[in-house]
Design a protein around this ligand. Structure first.
Ligand code: B12
Ligand code: SF4
Length: 463
């Protein structure tokens, strides 16, 4: 079976930060697993439109086309899916957007045959086995939503929880690695000596599990904090170094530092030949403690991305952020004193946001600038993205006001962002835009690098 997997381009007005710098790890993981399980019964190609355009006539060449769909490339994904159907191919959607809205997508879009919610490796292989006429009952395929012959949309109840240690290392052979490295170096010229490679050391976030959804703006969907195997991770890093000359790792995992013992073991077990590799990591504020700082130093961490979000403890609380202004200040101080740089991100428009809380955030930004360890910074306005608690709040409210959000698959994020500001904050949307601009202006002259507005939006979204 000939299979194409696509990360379609972002087709919204939301600027797309760090475009073409991070390989589509989800697609690579699913493709690697499928080829390992099904061998020469499948032949898989990948197109990541962040680094290469898709030639439309290619869509006719495949039996099945699978898509990684976010809310931001969903329109483009559907446009491609329609073309695939015109050529008689099968379409499968996965990724954060269909994961949040599986039934709406299949019900509203006849061009979508299947949605796989959440982690796709095992369900995708089972679906392929079903399509390859092996005896796999479609009703038992985990996380699958599909349309039956009678038109009914069925969401399977079967579940599968990935054991990350059992999955193979995602192969980079499917994508043009040099383009990602090149894009990063061009975006951050002061880092032109860095050849970065992206990895995910773990999946999930303990805070999201503990609070039943986590921070109000977060649309990450992985459940349960689970780690990859330490030795396998170092092997993956060795492959990146040996095959692609990588000397810097970008780990976008949500919450790897939460398990301090795991993180320490990861550092302790670093092989000698990989001691020269640098790291850029994401962290929550709360795990940053003195003992962790010494491990950062041993791991050559030079930059820590921190979800700071606000300078007002009340607003942090209403955003279910699980951190206070005190813990934020402590984390920033520890990172700076440890000789590393930080990349704080802020979200404006958290529940209960007021002129006072916005001023508090602005003052915190001034403090950060004065500390002198700023590498980059970002500020964005809360966008209620499907899959986030903020979107869930709107789902409870808008249908009663006559807006059928509960049945929608195409989401007007601009309208939702404004609605959110009007109904969940004490300021209007224009005030949020004004403060975003003030923070952008303050940070832009002071950080070593300051991303574009797009970067700002991504990173608040990404934490
Ligand atoms: C790294 C990252 C990026 C990178 C690269 C993304 C990429 N191409 O993979 C960059 C920085 C470029 C980026 C950009 C953006 N991102 Co981003 N990003 C992430 C992050 C932190 C990790 C993604 C990842 O690599 N995970 C690891 C892999 C192994 O897992 P996975 O991607 O979930 O894939 C699994 C399943 O989804 C499924 N699967 C995936 N693809 C396929 C395909 C098929 C056919 C099948 C069967 C299964 C399958 O199986 C995979 C393996 O288990 C996520 C948060 C998160 N934890 O997921 C946010 C996240 C995906 N990003 C988000 C956002 C908002 C954005 C931006 C809009 C930000 C901006 N303004 O620029 C853009 C939009 C990009 C676009 N084209 O739409 C949101 C998306 C929410 C939504 N509902 O759409 C997330 C969820 C973060 C959040 N806000 O909560 N992002
Ligand atoms: S924003 Fe970060 S800390 Fe909050 S729930 Fe999402 S991954 Fe967890």
């Amino acid at each position: 079976m000939r299979i194409l997997m696509i990360n379609a381009r972002n087709d919204t007005n939301v600027s797309h930060s760090r475009k073409g710098m991070y390989v589509p790890l989800g697609i690579l993981s699913v493709a690697t697993y499928a080829e390992a399980e099904l061998a020469d019964r499948v032949a898989i190609d990948v197109v990541d439109e962040d680094v290469e355009d898709l030639a439309l006539d290619r869509l006719a060449d495949y039996d099945l086309v699978g898509f990684y769909a976010t809310t931001f490339n969903y329109g483009q994904t559907i446009a491609y899916a329609k073309r695939v159907k015109e050529h008689g191919g099968t379409t499968v959607l996965a990724g954060p957007h269909p994961t949040a809205l599986p039934e709406n997508v299949v019900r509203n879009k006849p061009c979508v045959d299947f949605v796989i919610a959440g982690e796709g490796e095992v369900p995708f292989v089972q679906l392929l086995r079903h399509l390859l006429d092996e005896e796999v009952d479609i009703a038992g395929i985990p996380h699958l939503t599909h349309r039956r012959a009678d038109g009914d949309v069925i969401r399977n109840t079967a579940r599968h929880d990935n054991n990350l240690e059992a999955l193979p290392i995602p192969s980079r052979k499917y994508v043009p690695m040099e383009r990602y490295i090149d894009n990063y170096q061009r975006a951050y010229p002061q880092h032109e000596h860095l050849r970065h490679g992206s990895i995910m050391t773990s999946k999930g976030c303990h805070w999201r599990d503990k609070t039943d959804g986590g921070c109000v703006f977060c649309a990450r969907h992985d459940e349960g904090l689970r780690f990859r195997g330490i030795d396998q991770l170092w092997n993956e890093i060795r492959i990146l170094k040996d095959d692609y000359g990588v000397n810097y790792i970008w780990d976008a995992a949500d919450d790897s530092l939460n398990d301090t013992e795991w993180f320490k073991a990861f550092v302790d077990r670093r092989p000698k030949d990989l001691e020269d590799i640098g790291f850029f990591i994401y962290s929550r504020v709360t795990p940053i403690r003195p003992d962790i700082i010494s491990y950062f130093q041993r791991l050559n961490v030079d930059e820590v991305y921190l979800g700071v979000e606000s300078g007002d403890t009340g607003v942090l609380k209403s955003a279910v952020k699980g951190q206070s202004l005190k813990s934020i200040r402590r984390a920033l101080q520890l990172i700076g004193d440890g000789g590393m740089r930080y990349f704080p991100s802020f979200v404006l428009g958290l529940p209960g946001e007021s002129e006072e809380s916005l001023e508090a955030t602005y003052r915190l930004c001034e403090e950060i600038v004065d500390q002198g360890s700023l590498e980059r910074a970002s500020a964005s306005i809360l966008m209620p993205i499907p899959g986030s608690p903020s979107y869930a709040k709107l789902l409870q409210r808008l249908p009663a006001e006559g807006v059928p959000l509960d049945k929608a698959d195409e989401i007007d994020l601009v309208a939702l962002e404004k609605y959110w500001a009007d109904h969940y904050t004490e300021v209007d949307h224009a005030t949020l835009v004004h403060y975003k601009q003030r923070i952008d202006d303050l940070m832009s002259g002071t950080a070593v690098t300051f991303g574009t507005a797009g970067e700002a939006e991504d990173l608040a979204a990404a934490e």
